[in-house]
Each structure stands twice: as C-alpha cells, then as structure tokens.
Design a protein around this ligand. Structure first.
Ligand code: NAD
Length: 353
C-alpha cells in the first residue's frame, strides 16, 4: 500500500481523504492528517479514523514509518514553504495546483525534491478526464493535421461568499485571480494540446468580487507552431456555473469538450473518419457532482502506479511549471498593456508577492 498523509484539511482535502480512506484508489490508503486549525484536523481525523496533528513536523516525526507521500493541500501561496520545510523527511511530495505562485519558487521545489531523491507530483486531474484523454489521443495520432485555433472558456460562478470564506482567496500573495486559480486547469490543457506558446496579449478586470486579483480575464495567444489561441475566463458568471470548455481546430478536424468541468464531448468532427468515431460523443462524457470532476482518483492511481510499478510520473514538477510560466506571461501582459513573448520569461510583478 502507498500511504498518504495530508497537510491541510480544507475543501480539496475532503476529495483526497474520501478517495484514499474509502478505498477508491487501488493500492492507496490515508495514514494521517494535519491542519494548523485544530478543529479541522480533529474533524478529519475522527471522520476518516486516522491520527490527526496540528503540526506537520510532529506528524512526520511520530508517523515517519507510516507515510510514503505527503499531500500538500494548503493555500496556493504556501505550497513552496511547506514543500521546502517538509522535504527533509524524504517523503514523496504531491502538491495541488497551482504548484507554486512564482516560477522561482517552483524551481526551488523541483530542486529540493530532486536533491532529496523524492518525486514531486503536481495535481492536474483534468488531463485525465475521459473526453480530454480521447482528445489527446486524437492529437497524438496526428488526426488534426496542422493546428489552427485553440480556445478555452471558463464561465464559473464564485460569489463573494466563496472569496470571504478564507482570507487567502483572491489575494495576489496567496492565490491570484481566475487565471492562477480556477482557469489554471484549462490553461494547462490548452498549452498541453497546442504546444509551447510564443506570445500572449491579455486584459484582466475585477467586476463583481471584492478581491485584489481579477475575476475576469481574456487573452489572445500565438503558439510556436503558428496556431492561435483564445482564453476567456471568469468567476463572475451568474447565477451558477455555466461552462468549462476547450475546443481545438485543425486543418483536418474539430473537437470541442464542454460541460461545466471539461466533462462532455460535444463536437468530434474529422475529415477522415475512423470506425469508432460514431460512438465518441456518447461514450466520452461523464457527469461529475462538482467542478473538481472525477479525475482525482485517476491521478492518485497513476501516482500509485508510478511508485509501485515504475510507470512515468503523471505530471511532475517540470511539467507542472509550464502552465505557471504561461500564467505569469498572461499577468505580465495585463500589467504592461503589451503583447509579451515567452522567450523573454515575462513575470507578473504581483502574483505570489
Ligand atoms: N485540483 C483541483 O481541482 C482543486 C480544487 C480546489 C482547490 N485546489 C487547490 O488546493 C489548494 C487548497 O485549496 P482549498 O480550497 O482546499 O483551501 P482551504 O483554505 O479550504 O484549505 C487549506 C487548508 O490548509 C490549512 N493550512 C494552511 N497552512 C498549513 C500548514 N502549514 N500546515 C497544515 N495545514 C495548513 C488551512 O488551515 C486550511 O484548512 C489550493 O492550492 C487550491 O488551488 C485544487
């Protein structure tokens, strides 16, 4: 069994704990939890029947022989500090998205894990959504031919109460806005499908939420392969979540995945059809209960396969860093009012500061 301990017992930790403690991930168990807030740690400990702690160092000392993977599920701006402090216990590190808020801190995490001889896993569960996997397969088979245009749309509803529940949400230092938080999944998918980005031009604004960072952003992208891209992301959709989608247009085909969580194959058109194409729209759709989707269990299973079976890491630190670099370019363009080029390593002056 691969034994996971959780650092942070907040919202996303519920998902991890449910999957690990209820045996939804073959070969994995939950072994301990900690949160600096005693009531949260205690609630998780009692609910999932595992030892609970208010200090990760104490957890790692007392449970050292019972932990293989440390899951960092704290506010985004704390991931680096937590990783750098705790990697000395030489447990594999799994970190929620975004892995860090500055590229330099992502580099420090990658180096620290490499030096300690442990894996660094970055949760990008949407890559494992059924329709997304199907799209990637078509892409890797070259079915699109030359890529023309990639678009992501994130039209989610995050009312003020969402931001008010914790002081870190929507701040530049600990979170960022819709690009760094909610749309970071879709930005990752767009660059995963379309390839490295050459330049971006962005505008951001804050319409409804009383937060430091943006609740809405739009961007135009040029990819190195000559294709173009569009990002439209907002948490100011009312009164409820509408869409989390990606569409890829190539010279030989068009695919669109929609639903509110990139969960439904909506369009699957290719100039040269294959026999199973007729079933793709009905087979590649799932109906998750919330925007987190179903794929955390698939991601955690791949972590287990990597540690037990020697499979490749699902998304490692270097791979996780790519979308962070793109997010910094998006913000840098918004801050300067100019098109920025990734080769110049543009960085936001605010995110993570
Ligand atoms: N993959 C996804 O779909 C997804 C979804 C939601 C959130 N997330 C990510 O997960 C992370 C956490 O988000 P959340 O909504 O669960 O936040 P949250 O505020 O609900 O939970 C974070 C918890 O970490 C605790 N904490 C802070 N510092 C700590 C420390 N040093 N040691 C132990 N505990 C500590 C806090 O007390 C809090 O309970 C964020 O990075 C977020 O972007 C990912």
């Amino acid at each position: 069994m691969v034994r996971f301990a959780l650092v942070g017992c907040g919202r996303i930790a519920e998902r991890h704990a449910e999957l690990l403690a209820r045996e939804h991930v073959p070969g994995a168990i939950l072994s301990a939890v900690c949160d600096v807030l005693p009531d949260r740690a205690e609630k998780f400990g009692k609910k999932y029947n595992v030892p609970w702690f208010t200090d990760a160092h104490v957890m790692l000392k007392e449970q050292a022989s019972k932990i293989d993977v440390l899951s960092i599920l704290t506010p985004s701006g704390k991931h680096t500090e937590n990783t750098l402090e705790l990697v000395k216990y030489k447990k594999h590190i799994l970190v929620e998205k975004p892995m860090a808020l500055t590229v330099e801190s992502a580099d420090a995490m990658i180096k620290a894990c490499r030096d300690a001889g442990v894996h660094l896993f970055v949760v990008k569960q949407n890559r494992l959504n059924l329709p997304v996997q199907k799209l990637k397969q078509a892409h890797d088979q070259g079915r699109f031919g030359k890529l023309i245009l990639g678009t992501i749309r994130v039209r989610w509803c995050r009312p003020q109460a969402y931001y008010d529940q914790d002081s870190w949400r929507g701040t530049w230092k600990w979170d960022g806005g819709v690009f760094a938080n909610q749309a970071s999944h879709h930005i990752d998918l767009l660059s995963w499908m379309m390839g490295p980005v050459e330049s971006v031009y962005t505008q951001i604004s804050t319409h409804l939420a009383k937060i430091e960072a943006e609740d809405t952003g739009v961007a135009l992208l040029k990819f190195k392969n000559g294709a173009m891209g569009v990002i439209e992301a907002t948490t100011a959709t009312r009164p409820k979540d509408l869409e989390g989608s990606i569409s890829i247009l190539g010279e030989n085909g068009t695919v669109e995945i929609g639903g509110f969580a990139v969960n439904e194959m909506r369009v699957w058109n290719f100039s040269e059809p294959q026999s199973e194409d007729a079933e793709v729209l009905t087979r590649y759709r799932e109906n998750p209960p919330n925007v987190y989707g179903f794929s955390h269990s698939r991601y955690l299973s791949q972590v287990v396969q990597c540690l037990k079976g020697g499979d490749p890491s699902p998304v490692d630190g270097e791979e996780g860093k790519k979308s962070l670099e793109l997010i910094h370019a998006l913000y840098s363009s918004a801050e300067t009012g100019k098109e920025v080029f990734l080769k110049d390593q543009p960085r936001s002056k605010r995110l993570g500061k």
